[in-house]
Design a protein around this ligand. Structure first.
Ligand code: ADP
Length: 406
């Protein structure tokens, strides 16, 4: 079965064509700057990279061009669109309705549209991708895999905020959590690597990319996660503040005469690592380099970044009443030995965690990095959301089912 995975954002579309026989990536790429001058496709096949410039004014045009690239004699991996058996779409928000991946039909489209009020920057471009593919490949089935779905069944005590209950009823204000496909892949893979029964395990997954979140996965289910009503809550991120006292919002609005939109922008785009370093950088590589040169501010920012992660790990050990394994993933989690080492060494000794520094000194490799006598296993597990989307798509189509329950 050949599955096309589509991750459609506001100005870019990532795609990956996979042969599910051996889960091989046939080719992949990104259509960038859609609707902006300089639009192009960066396409990769067999380790070779091709850049093709072409005007793409909207998602329909961009996906048409992506499909043409897939069958191109030089860059392509298939001869005919008919070889594509199904398309799996990343959809950010599935609200409370979707707790698993689903076959897309009119009802699903309507629901995703309805949840756009919860994810106004993400669900509309996700839908544009779905609708474009439906037009371009009318006879091919489509599956939606939601970022929120893995967390959708967390207990009420974990998802309700202590504000008047009526706001939950009226506006569905609750913790939703994001990065669910990554937390699901990484926790499952962690259990596999360690030979644990996934359904009887306690795993903390630490996803540290530009956006960052952490999840407590107990017996194969997400029971809590750090991102909340929106992806702003929780850890310190590249440009997002993560947790803060909500009265800072009203205080800033009053003192600086800011609108709600302006405060939203400050907390989402100008805070986190970028804000703490006075706009020096949002990239943890820059912060690490400077911290290693003993720059006091970058050292402090790295401390704050790690401290927040360590506090969440402590909280999730309590939430699960124990932990078998902690898995680091995404840009920083996979590639930063110093961050992993300092979190484990400086804060997690009480759990009997011991890191093997040599094993930890790797980037982007799937590996157990704790010592054999460590009471809790610590791992690096490179995330693979595209593979998870492709697997769900295959399962739904092959079994002829409407939905997978995680
Ligand atoms: P996203 O998918 O959320 O955009 P990624 O998972 O690609 O993000 O992570 C991007 C971040 O990973 C970068 O901002 C950078 O800070 C971090 N990163 C990548 N490589 C390294 C590295 N070698 N050391 C430290 N941080 C790294």
């Amino acid at each position: 079965m050949i599955v096309l995975v589509v991750n459609s954002g506001s100005s870019s579309i990532k795609y990956q064509l996979m042969d599910m026989k051996d889960e091989k990536v046939l080719c992949k790429g990104i259509a960038e700057r859609i609707g902006i001058p300089g639009s192009r496709i960066v396409h990769k096949k067999d380790g070779e990279k091709f850049i093709v410039e072409k005007p793409m004014v909207n998602h329909d045009e961009a996906l048409k061009f992506v499909l043409e690239t897939l069958i191109d004699e030089k860059y392509g991996a298939i001869k005919d669109f008919k070889e594509i058996n199904a398309v799996g779409h990343r959809v950010v928000h599935g609200g409370e309705k979707f707790s698993g991946s689903v076959l897309i039909d009119d009802e699903v489209i309507k629901a995703v549209e309805e949840f756009s009020f919860l994810a106004p920057l993400h669900n509309p471009p996700n839908l544009m991708g779905i609708k474009a593919i439906m037009k371009l490949l009318p006879s091919v089935p489509n599956v939606a895999v939601f970022d929120t779905a893995f967390h959708a069944k967390m207990p009420k005590k974990a998802y309700l905020y202590a504000i008047p209950y009526t706001y939950y009823e009226k506006y569905k204000i609750r913790r939703y959590g994001f990065h669910g496909t990554s937390h699901r892949y990484v926790s499952k893979r962690t259990a596999e690597i360690l030979g644990l029964d996934y359904n009887k395990s306690k795993i903390i997954t630490v996803h540290l990319g530009n956006g960052a979140s952490i999840a407590a996965v107990k017996n194969g289910k997400s029971i809590d996660t750090s991102m909340g009503f929106t992806p702003l809550e929780g850890l310190v991120m590249g440009t997002r503040s993560g947790d803060l006292d909500p009265s800072i919002v009203t205080f800033l609005m009053e003192k600086e005469g800011l609108t709600s939109e302006e405060v939203y922008t400050i907390l989402n785009k100008k805070s986190g690592v970028l804000g703490l370093t006075n706009n020096f950088s949002s990239d943890m590589r820059d912060i690490e380099d400077k911290a290693l040169e003993n720059d006091p501010l970058c050292r402090l920012v790295l401390d704050i970044y790690e401290y927040r992660i360590a506090k969440y790990i402590g909280a999730y050990v309590a939430a699960m009443n124990g932990v078998d394994a902690i898995a680091f993933t995404a840009g920083v989690g996979e590639n930063s030995p110093i961050t992993r080492e300092e979190i484990c060494e400086n804060y997690l000794g009480y759990l009997g965690i011991k890191i093997d520094k040599e094993k930890n000194n790797v980037k982007g490799t799937e590996k157990v990095i704790s010592t054999p006598d460590s009471k809790v296993s610590v791992l690096i597990v490179p995330t693979n959301e595209e593979l998870m989307i492709a697997r769900d798509t295959k399962e739904i189509i092959e079994k002829g089912i409407k939905q997978i329950e995680y």
